[in-house]
Each structure stands twice: as C-alpha cells, then as structure tokens.
Design a protein around this ligand. Structure first.
Ligand code: C2E
Ligand code: CA
Ligand code: CA
Ligand code: CA
Length: 274
C-alpha cells in the first residue's frame, strides 16, 4: 500500500541519518585525536624468506578510541579522507615513522602508506623532505607505499610528484598489486622499486591459475628490476610456495602482526647504538 511505502522510506531515511550522524561524530572525534596527536603507529616486519631477517617494517596507523576501543584503519582512514583530515594524519604518521626508524637497526627501512589525496593540493615533496630533515633519517631508509589510485586522478601532476619524490632518494612501492584492473600498465608507468602482491593472491597460492599469474609477475619484476613482497603470508606452506616461485620477501601474520615499536625484535641485526 501507499502507507507501507511511506513507512519504508521513513525507516530507510532514518537509518541513513543515523549512519550519517555516526560518521560525523567519528569525524569530529578523529579530528580531535589527530589534533591531540593520539594516532599511534604500529610496525609490521617484512621478512627475507631465505634468511628470516627483517628487511623493512611497514608503518600502520592505529586509533585507540576513548570509549569504542580500537577502530581499524580501513574505517578511520576513509573518514580522514572524506573529512579532509588525511593530509594532517599522513604527516603525523610519516614524521613518527621517520623518528622511530632512527631507533631501528640501520639496515632496516621503514615503509609509510600514502593516500592518493596526499598528492593533491599539498606539497608532499616538502612534507617528505621535512620529515627526513627533522628526524635525521637517511632518505635511502624511507620507502613510500602508494596504490594505483594515485594514477587515477590528476595523472600528470601526480606522476610529476612521484618523480620528484623518487629524486629525493626515497624508494617507491606499488601496494595492493593485482586488485586493480589494469595493474600491469601501472607497473610500467613509473620506475617503482618494489611491488607488493595483494594478500588475495597469497590466499589462493595453492591454485594453478594463481601460480601462473605469480610466475608472470616474477618475470615482469625481473625485467623491470623490481623487488617483490608477498602480503598477508599466514602459513609455512605459503612461504615454501613463494620461495619456489622465486619471491624473496614476505609480510604477514605468519611472521608477525603489526606491533608497537617497543615490541619489534631485531635478532641477527647489529643493535643500533643510541
Ligand atoms: P595495507 O597497506 O595493505 O596494509 C596491510 C594490511 O594487512 C594491514 O591492515 C595489516 O595489519 C594487514 N595484514 C598484514 N598481514 C596480514 C595477514 O597475514 N593476514 C591478514 N588477514 N591481514 C594482514 P591494517 O593495519 O588494518 O591497515 C589496513 C589498511 O589501512 C592498509 O592496508 C592501508 O591501506 C591503510 N592504512 C593503514 N595505515 C595507514 C596510514 O598511515 N596511511 C594511509 N594512507 N593508509 C593507511
Ligand atoms: Ca601498505
Ligand atoms: Ca597492501
Ligand atoms: Ca590493502
């Protein structure tokens, strides 16, 4: 009936409104948390499969909400992006990661995720230059992780920024490789140093189709002189499969979850003198 339709609409719009309100509250709280510099940074090691050594660590933002507990980055990064907070958040994570890296062994790099929105409008090159200068971290120890989304908007401008970042001497990794639709073309669009193969491939590494795809990625990476990291490694079987494919680096819960700086372990590394 007409009435039922009406009710339906009301329920629907009330739901939407509740959802929007909740999002606004979250955005306000996130703004405060960023302002108070409460966003924490955890680190997940990237392991050289052949030796078990830590080659780098990835910085991952963490927000411990006052009453709601831990809010996952997939939620608050999106809120930061729509709420115009991602630039400030990104700067804080970058600055903290560079400072923290100064307490890690010198042969370990730190990788920081960049949102595509950090490329627009602000001077990302200055931000990175400043974070390196402030912390004293050598540029060769910083790696920036970007996704294909950087190539979707303002392509020419973003490509120029990427080139200027690379000219600073930092390395650039293409993250979440394989989940976009024209991934292969992005690999040749820019001289990346590293490609991170998305977890979804590692999950399906026992299938022959996946093995075939990974083989061609390994081939291409060789040609382009890129190193490859397998993301989301959870089992020893996956480690063996990766090694037999010639993939040298892995990251995932099998080795370690992301942990606070103090919980990273540096077995086999020369301790950094403080
Ligand atoms: P990402 O860059 O692809 O980071 C890897 C994510 O996979 C992390 O989730 C990590 O905890 C998770 N992961 C690692 N190994 C495993 C595994 O073996 N199994 C499973 N199931 N998961 C694994 P996290 O920390 O929740 O971050 C999610 C995403 O949020 C990141 O994906 C990244 O896109 C974004 N993010 C996190 N921190 C930042 C940041 O500081 N800036 C920006 N722009 N994005 C960030
Ligand atoms: Ca990443
Ligand atoms: Ca990833
Ligand atoms: Ca991801």
């Amino acid at each position: 009936s007409k009435n039922a339709g009406r009710n339906c609409f009301h329920i629907y719009s009330a739901d939407l409104k509740a959802e929007a309100d909740q999002r606004n509250v979250l955005e306000i709280e996130l703004r405060e948390a960023i302002w108070r510099e409460e966003i924490e940074v955890f680190y997940q090691p990237v392991i050289e499969l052949g030796t078990g050594r830590v080659k780098s660590v990835e910085a991952l933002a963490r927000w411990r909400h006052g009453t709601r507990g831990f809010i996952p980055p997939v939620e608050f990064i999106a809120v930061a992006e729509t709420g115009g907070l991602i630039v400030e958040l990104g700067e804080q994570v970058l600055a903290k990661a560079c400072r923290d890296a100064m307490t890690m062994p010198d042969d370990v790099k730190v990788a920081v995720n960049l949102s595509a929105l950090q490329f627009a409008g602000t001077n990302l090159v200055d931000t990175v230059t400043f974070a390196l200068a402030q912390s004293g971290l050598p540029q060769t120890r910083l790696e920036l992780e970007i996704t294909e989304s950087v190539f979707l908007a303002d392509t020419q401008e973003n490509l120029k920024t990427l080139q200027r970042l690379k000219a600073l001497g930092v390395s650039i990794a293409l993250d979440d490789f394989g989940v976009g639709y024209s991934s292969l073309s992005y690999l040749t669009a820019f001289p990346f140093d590293k490609v991170k193969i998305d977890k979804s491939f590692i999950d399906r590494i026992d299938r022959s189709e996946t093995v075939a795809v990974l083989k061609s990625i390994v081939q291409l990476a060789k040609t382009l002189k890129l190193s490859i990291v397998a993301e989301g490694v959870e089992t020893s079987e996956q480690v063996s499969q990766l090694q037999s494919l010639g993939i040298a680096l892995g990251q995932g819960f099998y080795f370690s979850k992301p942990v606070p700086l103090a919980d990273l372990s540096w077995q086999g590394h020369t301790a950094r003198r403080r």
